[in-house]
Write a protein that binds this ligand. Structure first.
Ligand SMILES: [Zn+2]
Ligand SMILES: [Zn+2]
Length: 275
């Protein structure tokens, strides 16, 4: 399984010389499975998905699976500029949790995001063939006979879903937009990510800043390390990086995390890792 980081920031995209090393696009990660080269599994549709879309078109990838953690704008804002949706030969299957008040991804795209005045073209006029699959968080889904997607409820305003993708003997966990705390189902979290080959984890804050932003629904890098150690995760990618933190501060954070857990690293836009 190959994991590519297309967007690693939280909240909003950033640019300029303070973020050249880590990158400024918002959440988007892809998984390429060894025996399914024709297919791509994408986690979230932040602005990072825009460059991924260009590559998928260049490579002639026509079957795409998109898995959405939740519906905050930083995780959806790239979709309108994701070129495969404007290609009528492409088929996209969206998986998303059923959240509160009857809102699901299909409803949000059709009645909110792809609607004037926010966007000029209604979703029904998107040329790609789109399928929408919803689930209750906690469900385990079979994406195909040898690809399993497990889901976990996260601690985030309005809810978010964490994922564990299993294929062959490999497991990849995508845990973002989550405020880790011992009170919020820690045992369940540790079981869920247990021995993952790679865990992406929300690290929006330093431990000091996290005290200021309690209930904002994000974690510190120290919480991420704590979960990784307790759950015997093999590698940890620090993710959903604070757009207000510059490269120098982030490289210091990476060193501090590695001092406690050597197999941790900052997710960097444009990088990839084989697991
Ligand atoms: Zn976010
Ligand atoms: Zn969020």
């Amino acid at each position: 399984m190959k994991i590519n980081f297309w967007g690693v920031r939280g909240s909003y995209p950033c640019w300029g010389k303070h973020c050249t090393q880590i990158g400024g696009q918002t959440s988007c990660v892809s998984a390429t499975l060894s025996n399914a080269q024709h297919n791509r599994i994408i986690f979230d549709m932040g602005t990072g998905i825009i460059d991924l879309g260009k590559e998928l078109l260049d490579q002639g990838i026509k079957h795409i699976t998109v898995i959405v953690s939740h519906f905050h704008l930083d995780h959806l804002m790239g979709l309108a500029f994701f070129k495969p949706i404007w290609d009528e030969g492409t088929t996209i299957t969206f998986y998303s949790p059923h959240l509160s008040k009857g809102l699901d991804l299909e409803t949000i795209l059709k009645t909110k995001l792809f609607c004037p005045p926010l966007f000029p073209i209604p979703f029904n006029e998107v040329p790609a063939t789109c399928y929408f699959k919803t689930f209750q968080t906690g469900d385990s889904l079979n994406l195909s006979k040898d690809i399993t997607l497990k889901t976990l409820n996260l601690n985030h305003p309005g809810c978010a879903t964490g994922y564990r993708l299993e294929h062959g003997n490999k497991a990849f966990c995508y845990i973002t937009d989550h405020e880790h705390s011992a009170e919020f189902n820690e045992d369940q979290m540790l079981r869920f990510v247990q021995k993952a080959d790679l865990m992406v984890f929300d690290t929006m804050f330093t431990p000091e800043d996290s005290k200021t932003y309690v209930t904002w629904g994000h974690s510190s890098w120290q919480s991420a390390v704590d979960v990784a150690q307790k759950a015997a995760v093999k590698r940890l990618a620090l993710f959903h990086i604070n757009p207000d933190y510059d490269d120098d501060k982030l490289l210091k954070i990476e060193k501090e995390a590695q001092a406690l857990f050597p197999c941790s690293f900052l997710a960097r836009e444009g990088s990839s890792i084989d697991i």
